[in-house]
Structures are given as structure tokens and as C-alpha cells.
Design a protein around this ligand. Structure first.
Ligand code: FAD
Ligand code: MG
Ligand code: MG
Ligand code: MG
Ligand code: MG
Length: 554
């Protein structure tokens, strides 16, 4: 029967109805996706586009594999190898996916439309502006650089956020070497030109420093032997350690490796001004300011909010937040049918203390005014789904079960026969919310959110309006929740440190460092490529580099 009706599962479901009253097929809902980075493409790849009319808007018609951008800065990998054309990704998705190369400059949640400006055709007739309306909007605009309003940074520093940035850095490094090779340049001037400064000791800054160091010792010193002695790399970090989102062991390993390599670490310094040839830094402990002459500087110290997001947040009453807040189902709660994923958004996890009285009432099935262990256990699964901080808290306190947690609140009593009243229940859970975790701004999070949201959209038939169904606990008692809230699964992180060495932090407190970890890195990053085409390109770039070294032409 399904085969005869000719349209797979959807047609089968509809055909029973069609026999009674032939209705025109309902209009497909319009889904508009802003951005084609990690979050946007992960959503698009997993969305069943036969259910929706999909429009994608992004000023770049490709996806960029950002973790390899530091390798692009030194030509270890070519820029072309880390990008995948967006239209190729849609090839198999059919006709209902449209892509517009444009920038969204305003989201209008009341009209349910987005205002866009063509990225290419502003000088054609008209000004290239157009409007796209939506039934569902997926905001995946990513983040921008954050200079913290430090004077001179925008004008004089390089950034490492986009493919073009990486290409500019590559040119600029070679520029510095050629400039320092010109005759009649004083030693002092050479030292200045060949001083490469990286501001920010996070994963991106560290990886770039390592790449640059490899480029210098493996390739450039052979080509510019006369000026080798003048080259210096410095990382300026305001905190006490570099890589402070990593395990301490990794930070220590990285710091000692960089020391051996001669990469200078200026920790505890804040950049307060950048001019065309010097950086003013301030020692955080002594307050003393120093001028650091430099040839090239890369700013990689934090991410900021895109203006279109700031504007949207003020429209929906989110004020001056750093990122667009969503609920745990990734929906922007203040408006209708708008979802946000990736670096532009952050999930605000609901606190259990806000709902504690409701939870107590729902759990207290016999209306006795007290909860038995059984009553608590019956709702425990729901509690842990809705408030993951409960599990995190129990884990952090080495508690085996909920009775341990409750007992802390009611004093020592027999687990099985214990009963708690509302006050005791509140007291027992009062510290749980301290374990609310924010998810980091990484590709891993963005990709998982995109995947999760597409999954919700694919199953939307079951829960027509909002993917978040009411939980039995806090909802209207409608039966069962349709969708679990988004839960981030951390799969670990890498820090390539140069010289064919890397550090990795993997789930289960497993840390590995050294040459073998670099091979693990190669295999993980090869396997993570979005297409076979880019995989082949990246692997052949690596091979080419092993055999011939990097290309140092401009
Ligand atoms: P993005 O990937 O930045 O995508 C945003 C998209 O929105 C882009 O397509 C952009 O063109 C588009 N856009 C921008 N403005 C507009 C507009 N006005 N209208 C329409 N579209 C717009 N994470 C890891 O987990 N592991 C790593 O090893 C790692 N390495 C990194 C290395 C570097 C150099 C950088 C910069 C980042 C790295 N990250 C890494 C972080 C990771 O890249 C980000 O967390 C991730 O890109 C976030 O995905 P996103 O989709 O939210 O944003
Ligand atoms: Mg995106
Ligand atoms: Mg991206
Ligand atoms: Mg981003
Ligand atoms: Mg009871």
C-alpha cells in the first residue's frame, strides 16, 4: 500500500484521510536558517527537507571547518581544503532548499520576517535589500570578534575567525620576512618586524603560535638564514596560565614545551592599547605599563555579539546580554517560533528552586503533605531530565542515590522509612542549582545543537507547535514529554602544540600528550571532515607538507 501511494511514510499517513475528503495538501511550513557555520549546516544536514520549505541565508556560500584555520595561516593546509560549498551540501536535498548569499541585518519577530542585504549585488538596480518571511526561524549566526573596546585593535591587529583572516595572516607573515630582508634595515628594526605577538592564550591563540613556530623552524629559517636570529613569538595572556579551559596537566605541558621552543609567554598582562608599531601592556599585579614593539599581531581574546543579535535581543526584551538566551529546547522564549543555536546563543537552564513547590505537589500523589522515598523516586527521572544539575550535584558530592541528598536535608534517618516535608525538601535541594553549567562556544556544541534541533523539527508532527512538550512534572499533566531538553555530550578536546605533538583531554578524565596524540589528532580531524572531497584535500595537504614543506610564496 505504501509503495502504491508513491510518497513514502508521509503519503501513507495522509492517504487514509484523502479517501474521505480530497483536500489540497497543506502548505509546507517555511523554515528560514540564518548562517551556514557549524550550527546551521549541522541543522540543515539532518533536517528532513521534504517536510519543509527551507531557505538558507548567509553571506558566505560555504561552510568553513574552523578547527583547521590555524593550519591555513601557515599554509600547512590550503584554504580551499577547509571549505565546502553550501550548494553542494544541498544537492541531495531536492528543490525545496533555497540559498541566498546575503546578510541578515534585522529580524522582525512580530511580522515573522527577516530583512536581508545581498552580499554581492548591492550595485545592481535597487539596493539589494529583500525580505524573507518564515514560519520557523533558526538563528545560527555565530559570534564575532571581541576587542573589549581596546583602542587600536580593530585597526592594527589580525583576527582568526574566518577563512579570509587566515589567508591575510599567511600573507602578512611572509611580508614581515621579506620586509626584514631588505638591505639597510637596522637590527632593532629587524627585531621589531620579526616580533610576532599573539594576544590571548586560549586554544586558538596557542594553536596559531604552535603553527607559526613550526613554520619558522621547519621552513622559513632555511629560506631566510640571515634573519633567523631576530625572530620572536610572544603570547600575551591576561590570566596566569594559557589553555585555562583545559586540564591543568595540559596547560603545564604546553607551557614547558613552549618554553623549550623559545615562545615567550607573558602571563598576567593585559593589552590596553595597540598602535601601528607597538603594543602597550599593563602588568596586572604591579600596574606598570610597557611598550612592546611588534611586526604582526593576532588578536584572539574572546568572542562578541553580532549587531543583528544585539538588536534582536533588545526587541525581545533580553537587554544587554552577551548571547541570545534560549530555553533548554533551544527556543527563544519571548517570541513565537524562533530558535537559536551555536555561538550566538546560550541556554538558560531553569533553576530547580523556582519550581520546587510545584515539584513537591506533583510528587506528593497521596496529598499527605510529605514525600516518601518511593514518591520521590517515582518522579526522579523526570527531575533529572528537566534539571540536569541534580545529577551533577550528586556526582560532585559523591552521592549514590537521591536518599543521600535528601538525608543531608533531614538529618540521619533510615533511608527506606524517611519522609520529608516541603521545608526539608527545599533545604535538601537548595545547593543543587550551583551546579548549573553553561555550554562552551565550540563547534562541538554548535553541531550537536543543530543535530538536536533538526531532530525536533523532523518529529514536529507529534508536537505541532513547540518541540518542547510539557514534562509530566511542571506541565499541565498532559501525559508525557515529547522531547527531552538538549543535553550537551562532551567528547573531549585537542590542543595541537607544534613539532608533531598535541595534547588531548578525553571523557573520563583521560589526558594524553605527545607525538602519539598528534596522530590521534590527524585521524580525528580527517574523520571529522564534512565531505570526502575535503577529506582527500586535507590529507593530501598534510602529505605534501611532510614531503615538501610549506609553500612560502605570497
Ligand atoms: P559559525 O560557525 O561562526 O557560523 C556563523 C555563520 O553565520 C557563518 O556562516 C556566517 O557567514 C553567518 N553569518 C554571519 N553574519 C551573518 C548575517 N548577518 N546574516 C546571515 N548569516 C550570517 N571549536 C571546537 O569545538 N573545536 C576546535 O578545534 C575549534 N577550533 C577553532 C579554531 C578557530 C580559528 C576558530 C575561529 C574557532 C574554533 N572553534 C573550535 C569554535 C567554533 O568554530 C565555533 O564554536 C563554531 O563555529 C560555532 O558555530 P556557529 O554555527 O554558531 O557559528
Ligand atoms: Mg551556523
Ligand atoms: Mg563555521
Ligand atoms: Mg563562531
Ligand atoms: Mg505523600
Amino acid at each position: 500500500l505504501t509503495a502504491a501511494s508513491g510518497g513514502g511514510i508521509v503519503a501513507y499517513a495522509d492517504s487514509a484521510r484523502a479517501e474521505e475528503a480530497p483536500e489540497p495538501p497543506p502548505r509546507k511550513k517555511k523554515v528560514v536558517v540564518l548562517g551556514t557555520g557549524w550550527a546551521g549546516t549541522s541543522f540543515l544536514k539532518n533536517l528532513d527537507s521534504s517536510r519543509y520549505e527551507v531557505k538558507v541565508i548567509s553571506p558566505r556560500n560555504y561552510f568553513a571547518f574552523t578547527p583547521l584555520l590555524p593550519s591555513v595561516t601557515c599554509g600547512t593546509v590550503e584554504a580551499r581544503s577547509v571549505v565546502e560549498p553550501i550548494r553542494r551540501m544541498f544537492e541531495k536535498k531536492g528543490k525545496d532548499v533555497a540559498y541566498y548569499e546575503a546578510e541578515c541585518f534585522k529580524i522582525d519577530p512580530t511580522k515573522k520576517a527577516v530583512h536581508c542585504r545581498s552580499a554581492v549585488g548591492t550595485n545592481l538596480d535597487g539596493n539589494g535589500d529583500f525580505m524573507v518571511d518564515y514560519d520557523y526561524l533558526v538563528v545560527a549566526l555565530g559570534a564575532t570578534v571581541n576587542t573589549f573596546n581596546t583602542p587600536g585593535v580593530m585597526e592594527h591587529c589580525h583576527f582568526l575567525k574566518e577563512v579570509e583572516d587566515a589567508q591575510k595572516i599567511r600573507k602578512s607573515v611572509i611580508d614581515c620576512f621579506e620586509r626584514a630582508s631588505i638591505p639597510n634595515i637596522s637590527e632593532e628594526e629587524k627585531r621589531k618586524i620579526l616580533h610576532f605577538v599573539i594576544i590571548g592564550g586560549g586554544p586558538t591563540g596557542v594553536e596559531f603560535a604552535a603553527e607559526l613556530h613550526d613554520f619558522l623552524v621547519e621552513d622559513l629559517v632555511k629560506l631566510y638564514p640571515a634573519i633567523e636570529q631576530f625572530v620572536k613569538i610572544t603570547i600575551i595572556q591576561s590570566g596566569e596560565h594559557i589553555l585555562n579551559t583545559f586540564d591543568q596537566r595540559i596547560a603545564v605541558f604546553a607551557e614547558s614545551k613552549f618554553q623549550r621552543d623559545g615562545i615567550e609567554l607573558s602571563t598576567g598582562f593585559r593589552v590596553i592599547k595597540v598602535s601601528d608599531d607597538s603594543i602597550t601592556v599593563k602588568c596586572k599585579s604591579s600596574g606598570v605599563e610597557t611598550l612592546v614593539p611588534y611586526g604582526m599581531a593576532v588578536w584572539s581574546a574572546g568572542i562578541g555579539t553580532r549587531p543583528v543579535i544585539t538588536d534582536f535581543m533588545s526587541q525581545v526584551g533580553q537587554g544587554k546580554r552577551r548571547a541570545l538566551a534560549t530555553n533548554e529546547w533551544l527556543r527563544v522564549p519571548e517570541c513565537d517560533s524562533v530558535y537559536a543555536i551555536g555561538d550566538c546563543s546560550s541556554i538558560s537552564q531553569r533553576k530547580i528552586m523556582e519550581d520546587i513547590s510545584t515539584i513537591f505537589k506533583v510528587a506528593d500523589k497521596d496529598n499527605s503533605g510529605t514525600l516518601t522515598l518511593k514518591e520521590i523516586n517515582d518522579v526522579l527521572e523526570d527531575i533529572c531530565i528537566r534539571y540536569p544539575q541534580v545529577e551533577l550535584y550528586m556526582k560532585s558530592m559523591h552521592m549514590v542515590d537521591i536518599a543521600d541528598l535528601i538525608k543531608g536535608g533531614v538529618g540521619d534517618s533510615n533511608k527506606e522509612s524517611m519522609v520529608v516535608n516541603i521545608e526539608e525538601f527545599k533545604k535538601a535541594l537548595s545547593h543543587v542549582d550551583s551546579q548549573v553549567k553553561t555550554v562552551p562556544a565550540t563547534a562541538q556544541v554548535a553541531a550537536q545543537q543543530g543535530y538536536y534541533l533538526a531532530d525536533c523539527f523532523n518529529k514536529k508532527d507529534h508536537c505541532v507547535e513547540h518541540p518542547e512538550g510539557p514534562l509530566r512534572l511542571t506541565g499541565s499533566g498532559e501525559g508525557h514529554h515529547n522531547f527531552r531538553p538538549f543535553r550537551y555530550k562532551h567528547l573531549g578536546q585537542f590542543a595541537p602544540l607544534g613539532g608533531e605533538q598535541a595534547a588531548a583531554e578525553l571523557p573520563g578524565d583521560w589526558v594524553s600528550m605527545g607525538h602519539s596524540t598528534q596522530w590521534l589528532w590527524y585521524s580525528v580531524y580527517a574523520s571529522k571532515q564534512v565531505s570526502w572531497r575535503t577529506r582527500v584535500l586535507v590529507v593530501s595537504d598534510w602529505t605534501r607538507r611532510f614531503i615538501f614543506g610549506r609553500d612560502s610564496s605570497r
